[in-house]
Structure formats: structure tokens, C-alpha cells
Design a protein around this ligand. Structure first.
Ligand SMILES: C[S@@+](CC[C@H](N)C(=O)[O-])C[C@H]1O[C@@H](n2cnc3c(N)ncnc32)[C@H](O)[C@@H]1O
Length: 298
């Protein structure tokens, strides 16, 4: 375990910037761990100690505090020490677990990992290799947790635009939840996710969507912000989302896990699509123009 003083000024500054953004949305800079029975929290390492001595507990708690704000959670660090967060990823997994394919010996990719809850789950479920991609400073939380869990997840501070199947190979499972509406180029993201899938691979794709069935075929742009988050660009209806996936060459097998979305200016739901790699309806931008990322010139 590294010394908490090694968390440098650069990280403190980066986390402070994120705290500012989170305060705009949640009204608090720092989150408190959900009040959950310890026994019900997933243990991401079989070696987590049942009790922590006072010194170790204080050191871990101090490190976690410097990495505020925690959005994902709950994460048990041993003993009775729990960190995270504003979100209940454990509750999302009650709807997700039954739809995750057998991962024994397989390769999994998580896109937009935040503090790493989902990639830790994929490793726990037997994946041989898990790569997790997160471009922002939330990666520090994931890296900190990995020093505790030693799960073997390969956390990379990178964005989906940088994922390259020629470099990383392709994956039996690609999971991407909660990223699309942050993306002003959503079709490019979907094409990219497809490119990372093996021929018989599974995509688990989750997004916030419009709740109103009357608006299912539409997408609503929110260029100012939605629910106080200026990084949200637009919200698709459920049918529009399905058609977008299919246009990008993904065959939707099922929709599941629909639950209420955040309490923003209009009603939304969160939900998942399970898809396989199909034929693109239109040639991908990559094929048409050789773009693997967004065009660099305006
Ligand atoms: C709403 S959160 C969802 C996090 C996690 N997937 C979950 O469902 O709990 C969106 C995440 O996507 C990350 N993100 C934003 N832009 C990204 C990009 N270009 N590539 C990959 N991840 C991105 C954010 O930093 C954030 O951690």
C-alpha cells in the first residue's frame, strides 16, 4: 500500500476540480458512503481483512478522503470501512447480473469505468483479463481500490476514442454504461464499441433515455445542461437508442434493467441493451474516411 502523502498536489487539484462539478449537481462536494449492511457488500478481494487495525483504517480512510468525490459505490476496504458514493452500483447489478455472459477465461472491456465497480465485478465473475478505460481523474479512485483488492484489472487513463482493436485485441464482453449522453458524437462511440467486440462477443450498453413512450423515436438535445451537468449533451428515446445501435452494426438481442433516471428537468429512465456484432447499415466513418477518432481539423 502506498503512503497517503504520495497523493500529490496534482491529484489534489484534479479532484478539487471534480468536487466543484459534483457540487453544482449534487449540492455537496463530498459524498458519504451508503448506509448498507456490511454483509451485503460485494467483497472484491477474498483477502479483505475482517478487521482493520486503527492505523491501517485511518490511513485508508485518509487516502479515500483525498480522492473525494466518490460517485460509485459501495466499496468495502476491509473491517467496517466503506467508501462511495452517490450511486448504488450494487443495486444496478441486481438487474444486470443475470444478463452478463459466462466470463470464465474471457476478455472484458469496460468503457467509462469511473472508480471501477463494473470491471471489478467482471474480474470477480471469472474474466481472465479485464481492461478498464476512464479518461478523467476518477481513475485515481480505481487505482487506489486496486492497491487494496489486487484484482488484476488493467486500469488505463484513456478515452474510448483511443481504444484500438489492433493494439488491444478484441473482447468477448464490452460494457459501456452512462457514457453516451456525455458524447456529442454518439454514432462514433457506438461504431467504436462494435470494433472492440469479437465476432461472437456481447455488448452490454446502458444509457439514460427519455421516459415518455410518446418520445421513444426522438432524441432531445440539452446543450445547456441537464440536472446541473454541463457535460450532458442529449438524451435519446428508447426506440431511437435501439435504432442507433442497429445502424452502427449491432444486433439488439434484448432490453432490460429499466429503472428511474435522475431527477432532472424532464423524466428519464436508465436501461440496458444486450447486443451482438451484426452488419453495419452504413459503412462506419472509420471505413469511409479512416477516422479512428474524431476528425482533427475543423
Ligand atoms: C455517468 S458516469 C458512468 C460510470 C460507470 N460506467 C457507471 O455506470 O457507474 C460516465 C463515465 O464516463 C466517463 N467518460 C466521459 N467521457 C469519456 C470518454 N470519452 N471515454 C471514456 N469514458 C468517458 C466519465 O468520466 C465517467 O466516469
Amino acid at each position: 500500500m502506498s503512503d497517503p502523502r504520495e497523493v500529490g498536489q496534482e491529484v489534489d487539484d484534479a479532484m478539487a476540480a471534480i468536487r466543484h462539478d459534483v457540487e453544482l449537481q449534487l449540492g455537496v462536494e463530498r459524498t458519504t458512503a451508503a448506509d448498507v449492511e456490511l454483509e451485503s457488500i460485494v467483497r472484491f478481494s477474498a483477502d479483505l481483512p475482517e478487521t482493520l487495525d486503527a492505523g491501517t483504517r485511518a490511513r485508508l480512510a485518509e487516502q479515500a478522503e483525498r480522492l473525494q468525490p466518490w460517485l460509485q459505490g459501495p466499496f468495502l476496504l476491509g473491517g467496517d470501512l466503506v467508501v462511495g458514493g452517490a450511486w448504488r452500483n450494487d443495486q444496478r447489478w441486481t438487474g444486470l447480473a443475470g444478463h452478463v455472459p459466462d466470463l470464465q477465461g474471457k476478455r472484458a472491456l469496460d468503457v467509462g469505468s469511473n472508480a471501477g465497480y463494473d470491471p471489478f465485478m467482471f474480474k470477480l465473475r471469472g474474466a481472465a483479463e479485464v481492461i478498464a478505460c476512464e479518461p478523467f481523474e476518477f481513475i485515481r479512485q480505481a487505482q487506489f481500490l486496486e492497491t487494496v483488492y489486487r484484482s488484476g484489472v488493467d486500469f488505463r487513463q484513456t478515452a474510448w476514442e483511443q481504444l484500438d482493436p489492433d493494439e488491444l485485441g478484441r473482447f468477448d464482453l464490452v460494457h459501456c454504461h452512462g457514457v453516451l449522453y456525455h458524447e456529442p458524437h454518439p454514432s462514433l462511440l457506438l461504431e467504436h464499441l462494435r470494433a472492440m467486440l469479437t465476432d461472437d462477443g456481447t455488448l452490454l450498453f446502458g444509457s439514460m433515455m427519455l421516459a415518455d413512450p410518446e418520445l421513444s423515436e426522438y432524441a432531445r438535445y440539452v446543450p445547456g445542461s441537464y440536472y446541473g451537468d454541463a457535460t450532458w449533451w442529449w438524451v435519446p428515446g428508447r426506440l431511437a437508442m435501439r435504432w442507433m445501435l442497429e445502424s452502427a452494426g449491432l444486433t439488439v438481442v434484448e432490453e432490460f434493467g429499466v429503472s428511474d433516471g435522475p431527477p432532472g428537468e424532464f423524466r428519464t429512465v436508465n436501461g440496458y441493451f444486450r447486443a451482438t456484432r451484426g452488419e453495419p447499415v452504413v459503412p462506419s466513418l472509420r471505413d469511409r474516411h479512416g477516422w479512428t477518432t474524431r476528425p482533427s481539423s475543423s
